[in-house]
Design a protein around this ligand. Structure first.
Ligand SMILES: [Zn+2]
Ligand SMILES: [Zn+2]
Length: 150
């Protein structure tokens, strides 16, 4: 049996999950799915400028795995820009290290560890809060992973 693939670590859930070329009707567009681990590879290598070794440590994968991952992710971004497709971020065998919350009333983004019990906007006191990890399907699994590490 093949060895089960280890979960990859994403620092925080992405803020934006869907992109499309301006002026195109969404329904007609072919969709590219960028997985959350591919998103994280782009963030580390191309947004923050990390070398592959350092980025691999962040994601808890090997350097060669990271290199393959970021190449695949770049190819998807290139397709998105050149072929006029919709790009959506979802899926991937990952867990997030920290969470982010978005206030649906004022737009404020704030960090949250998984232990936080109440979600109240620190700027406008709204309780109308989107839990980003949860909106990508992550919640208890990431909490459990963190507890096991302590
Ligand atoms: Zn707010
Ligand atoms: Zn998780």
């Amino acid at each position: 049996m093949p060895k089960p693939r280890k979960d990859r670590i994403v620092a925080q859930p992405p803020l934006f999950r869907s992109f499309k070329p301006a002026g195109q009707r969404r329904r007609q567009l072919p969709k590219i799915i960028l997985s959350l681990d591919e998103y994280e590879a782009i963030r580390l290598a191309d947004y923050l400028g990390y070398g592959h070794s350092k980025a691999a440590v962040e994601m808890e994968i090997s350097r060669s795995t990271f290199t393959r991952l970021v190449e695949k992710a770049r190819h998807k971004l290139a397709q998105f820009i050149l072929a006029g497709k919709e790009l959506a971020i979802s899926g991937g065998k990952i867990h997030v290290k920290g969470n982010r919350m978005r206030c649906l009333d004022c737009g404020e983004i704030f960090l949250s560890d998984f232990e936080a019990t109440s979600a109240i906007c620190q700027r406008c006191n709204s309780v109308n809060i989107e839990d980003l990890a949860r909106s990508y399907g992550h919640d208890r699994c990431c909490k459990k992973r963190q507890r096991n590490r302590r």
